[in-house]
Design a protein around this ligand. Structure first.
Ligand code: ADP
Ligand code: MG
Length: 254
């Protein structure tokens, strides 16, 4: 991490009808930093990420990538959005295209790169996550965990500067969660700037450089992970963490 600010969210407000979901969000993400966003269901985590890559336009405030505004539907938004990759809970691969074509579609169509060059990069990326053998397979022939790894590769093949992850393991069977989290850990180790929403608390603690806790439309805590998980400052964060303590308690009883 070299301290340079890559992504900056400033005074972000987002409303849906009467409901103010985000009520003045300020934070920045430095180059190579991994920020994990936590908070109760419905607190606006997905809305925040969607604003950060221009899928939602804020009612107030701005988001800057390398100092350039990406909100407000500016004319360069399409180009800036290519620099911010996003992966969702549902992988949405095209069922009628094989894996390599799924991955190279946007690089070829949107970035106007040659099919050959895009395929070479896609194959390299697939090798990295152990899925090169599946390059000609169709999505239905892959497990959920494999499909989600392909979805991550698809985003990476656009050569983004920042990656946003919104609960990418939430829909997976438990035995497939690890293989997807491992890909994210490898990316973090390689210095990718990342903003991650997850319910995997051990993973969050392990991967985060910083934890942001969102509640009631605001950032309630912005801490180092060890500090957040061992000594949360607010009752709301304590209550939130308590909801994940069930398994530990049960182990203690047994
Ligand atoms: P989280 O990801 O933290 O669970 P969301 O960002 O999905 O929360 O949602 C925050 C709030 O905004 C919720 O109350 C949700 O119902 C509302 N919301 C999200 N997207 C929309 C939308 N497109 N239209 C109306 N309300 C929305
Ligand atoms: Mg969400």
């Amino acid at each position: 991490m070299n301290g340079e600010i890559q992504l900056q969210v400033s005074g972000l407000v987002k409303r849906f009808g009467e409901e103010t979901v985000l009520n003045g969000i300020d934070f920045c993400v430095r180059k190579g930093e991994v920020v994990v966003v936590l908070g109760p269901s419905g607190c606006g985590k997905s809305t925040l990420l969607r604003c950060m890559n221009g899928l939602e336009s804020p009612d107030a405030g701005s988001i800057f990538l390398d100092g350039e505004a990406i909100s407000a539907g500016g004319k360069n938004i399409a180009q800036l959005r290519q620099k911010i990759g996003m992966v969702f809970q549902s992988y949405d691969l095209f069922p009628n295209k094989n894996i390599i074509d799924n991955i190279t579609l946007a690089p070829v169509k949107v970035q106007k790169r040659s099919k050959k060059e895009a395929e070479e990069q896609a194959e390299k990326l697939l090798k990295r996550v152990g899925l090169w053998e599946k390059r000609k397979a169709y999505p239905r022939e892959l497990s959920g965990g494999q499909k989600q790894r392909v979805a991550i590769i698809r985003a990476l093949c656009m050569n983004p500067e920042v990656m946003l992850f919104d609960e990418v393991t939430a829909a997976l069977d438990p035995e497939m969660v690890r293989e997807v989290l491992d890909v994210m850990i490898e990316l973090a180790n390689q210095g990718m700037t990342m903003v991650i929403v997850t319910h995997e608390m051990q993973f969050a603690r392990a991967i985060a450089d910083r934890v942001i806790f969102l509640d009631g439309g605001s950032i309630v805590e912005d801490s180092k992970p060890d500090e957040f998980f061992t000594n949360p400052k607010t009752k709301r964060a304590k209550d939130f963490l308590q909801t994940f303590a069930y398994e530990k308690r049960r182990t203690n009883i047994n």
